[in-house]
Design a binder for this molecule. Structure first.
Ligand code: GDP
Ligand code: MG
Length: 162
């Protein structure tokens, strides 16, 4: 059984960009589940020798209504299914109310959660990331999903033998 990694976070933080990067292999199996386009999306990742199932999600705003509510529900189901949760935030936005709502939910879960600060390309990553320690989810991992920076180090941490 391959470990399952869920990508969660607000819309637009770069979850799908990371999903595409992780699954960019010839044999990547990507299946859209029927129903809303905002359903969970599964792929098989083989990245720097790490093999796992990755779940992309539509995102959680933190103040859900209507279609966003279904999208948030799908994200929470992905968390339930996962062995490892990558909680993605946007380094350029700083901490938002939505981030705080998601963090609060994740802190209650008995899951391994890694706080991933995306879009650190072209900015002062160190000062941009400091804000996110307030989410009380421990260590922070800076990446640029669009370019691949930091992704290998993140996976090494996630899958490091205990
Ligand atoms: P999602 O809604 O969380 O799935 O976010 P997307 O993957 O669709 O990305 C949202 C936007 O952020 C897109 O315009 C991406 O090109 C951009 N983006 C994603 N990753 C990065 C990154 O590492 N650096 C920068 N500068 N932009 C990024
Ligand atoms: Mg997306």
């Amino acid at each position: 059984m391959l470990p399952v990694v869920a990508l969660v976070g607000r819309p637009n933080v770069g979850k799908s960009t990371l999903f595409n990067r992780l699954t960019r292999t010839r044999d990547a199996l990507v299946a859209d589940f029927p129903g809303l386009t905002r359903d969970r999306k599964y792929g098989q990742a083989n990245y720097d020798g790490f093999q796992f199932i990755v779940i992309d999600t539509g995102g959680i705003h933190g103040d859900e209504e209507g279609i966003d509510e279904e999208m948030a529900k799908q994200s929470l189901l992905a968390v339930d299914e996962a062995d490892v949760v990558l909680f993605m935030v946007d380094a350029r936005d700083g901490v938002t109310v939505g981030d705080q709502a998601i963090a609060e939910h994740l802190r209650k879960q008995n899951k391994k959660v890694y706080l991933v600060c995306n879009k650190i390309d072209g900015i002062d990553a160190h000062s941009a990331m400091g804000d996110f320690y307030s989410l009380s989810l421990g260590e922070l991992y800076g990446i640029a999903a669009a370019h691949g920076r930091g992704v290998e180090q993140l996976l090494e941490t996630c899958f490091r033998p205990i």
